[in-house]
Design a binder for this molecule. Structure first.
Ligand code: PAZ
Length: 320
């Protein structure tokens, strides 16, 4: 359990979200709209909402930030998973790192973006023939999600922004009796500099080597489970570099934070293989070729598990 004071002091001292009022209003409107729709799966019921987190959080070292510590994550897993959740009929709240990989844009390379276009006349630019299929598909699917109101994108950069957004989403869903799913693929900092003990200005190098003590970020998975979203279906991720400890760490997270599922992956193979760990079960999902998305299989499995959870009544809601 997180000491209540640690959690309270994290939020009390964190710099508030810049546009908290507007984000809260947008979020409430999204939740109300989607929860009044029906889910396309068998048996109907309310539309399912999943909160997908994606990308790495930063830890600023200075309040007027010049330097920061970052976490490994391109956001590809979160973006791909969002696409498959939308396909499965979920509405998705996509909490993502600014500038990280976005749903439906995974196949558009950012380093050679200009290679996609040709100038046809003085005033016209068009997508080059060889890329039209992929661009048309991306535009079509993205527009459908945005115009259909089933995708809400909320950006973060720092650990402070990320945890405030996660809390806001979880408590906004719970406050209307909606439990939904949390799919926590973001790579979240374990250590940080509390805002009130952080240097205000750029740290100067004239003073010699930097000696800095980092505090532990309160373990918010336990707060999510125990306070913000007690009945939600929670899926967390565990990334390790040592295969010897991966499963044991995933099982510890499963039990300690009462997650429904922990998806375990190794840095060396995370694009090829994940192990889905839940109470008494382990499923290894491997992709057969580079053209395949591991996330397609993972989301199919999670959708089934989520349905079972809902139909067992574990989310505390009636099935109709
Ligand atoms: O974002 P990405 O596709 O580059 O990487 C995904 C991942 C490895 C960050 C994700 O699968 C994951 O394990 N997230 C949790 C990381 C952690 O243990 O903090």
């Amino acid at each position: 359990m997180v000491a209540a004071e640690d959690q309270e002091s994290f939020f009390a001292t964190a710099p508030p979200l810049g546009d908290a009022v507007a984000v809260a209003a947008e979020l409430q409107e999204f939740i109300a709209r989607n929860s009044s729709r029906s889910h396309p799966s068998e048996g109907g019921g309310r539309r399912r909402i999943v909160c997908v987190t994606s990308g790495g959080t930063t830890v600023p070292l200075e309040q007027r930030c010049v330097r920061y510590i970052d976490n490994f994550s391109s956001g590809h897993r979160g973006a791909a998973s969002t696409e498959y959740f939308l396909k499965a009929g979920y509405a998705v709240i996509f909490i993502h790192r600014r500038g990280s990989c976005q749903p439906f844009c995974r196949f558009l390379p950012d380093d050679s973006f200009l290679n996609f276009f040709d100038i046809t006349t003085e005033s016209k630019v068009q997508v080059v023939e060889s890329h039209t299929t992929v661009v048309k598909k991306a535009i079509g699917e993205y527009s459908k999600a945005i115009e259909g109101g089933s995708l809400l994108k909320l950006p973060f950069t720092t650990i402070f922004e990320y945890l405030q957004l996660l809390k806001m989403v979880a408590t906004s869903m719970s406050s209307v009796g909606l439990h939904g799913m949390f799919y926590l693929a973001a790579a979240v900092s374990d250590f940080y500099v509390p805002w009130d003990s952080m240097a205000k200005h750029k740290i100067q190098s004239a003073g010699g080597p930097l000696d800095m003590k980092l505090s532990q970020v309160p373990k918010m998975l336990s707060v999510l489970r125990n306070q913000w979203a007690p009945l939600a279906f929670c899926v967390s991720f565990k990334l390790e570099t040592d295969s010897e400890i991966l499963i044991q760490k995933a099982e510890t997270a499963l039990n300690k934070y009462k997650m429904n599922v922990v998806v375990a992956n190794l840095l060396a193979t995370y694009k090829e293989e994940v192990i889905v760990v839940s109470n008494g079960e382990r499923n290894t999902i491997r992709r057969c070729s580079k053209d395949e998305d591991l996330e397609e299989h993972t989301i199919k499995l999670l959708e089934k598990r989520h349905s079972k959870y809902i139909y067992s009544g574990a989310d505390g809601c009636s099935k109709n």
